[in-house]
Design a protein. Structure first.
Length: 196
């Protein structure tokens, strides 16, 4: 493989031993971007997360209105392409579990930013979905911290240690007990300075 990471997962077929071996041999990181798939079909009806206070607190109201438009929703609900992405998500969930079970590096990424992908919330959703795929809370949290930093060759961040770049969150509840506890966000630090 002439690359250092695979983003957007493999979502058309289940990965096999040969693929996993190739990732291992070439030290390629795997970035599932599961929420990218969600954004391609979820607006065929009003998604449950639109009622989540954690979402509504910061969601861009104009984008919520755009994807809530009945014409847009009807088009997505009847789209064969959207139905295909729903199936692709099932494959992607199995594959991220297979990659993690093989002991290969899984880095968190979302593809948040384009329409229908809500920055901030989708990062949390990505973590939750990785947990739903079968990764342990520790694997998921490391995917968003030390593994991501390592995959990007950022040796000055990703862990809390003297001399490291200190971007981190303070949570009120333990995410190792439940990944949903990432909602208990109390403070955010960037470069060791509080920003929220």
């Amino acid at each position: 493989m002439g690359t250092s990471l695979v983003a957007h997962s493999v979502r058309d077929v289940d990965v096999d031993v040969g693929f996993l071996s190739q990732l291992r041999e070439t030290k390629v990181c795997y970035v599932p971007t599961l929420t990218r798939e969600v954004s391609t079909f979820v607006y065929g009806k009003r998604p449950g997360f639109f009622d989540d206070p954690f979402f509504t607190e910061h969601a861009h109201s104009g984008e919520v209105a755009r994807v809530s438009d009945p014409v847009f929703m009807d088009r997505m609900a009847s789209s064969r392409t959207a139905a295909g992405y729903r199936t692709a998500l099932e494959v992607a969930l199995r594959n991220v579990k297979a990659v993690a079970d093989a002991g290969l590096p899984v880095a968190m990424g979302t593809d948040a930013g384009p329409g229908g992908r809500f920055p901030g919330y989708f990062e949390h959703m990505e973590l939750w979905m990785m947990g739903e795929a079968g990764l342990t809370p520790e694997q998921v949290l490391m995917s968003a911290t030390s593994v991501s930093a390592s995959c990007l060759d950022l040796d000055d961040r990703g862990v809390i240690a003297p001399g490291m770049w200190a971007d981190f969150m303070v949570l009120g509840e333990n995410p190792l007990e439940s990944l949903q506890n990432t909602r208990s966000l109390e403070q955010v630090y960037v470069a060791g300075q509080p920003v929220r």
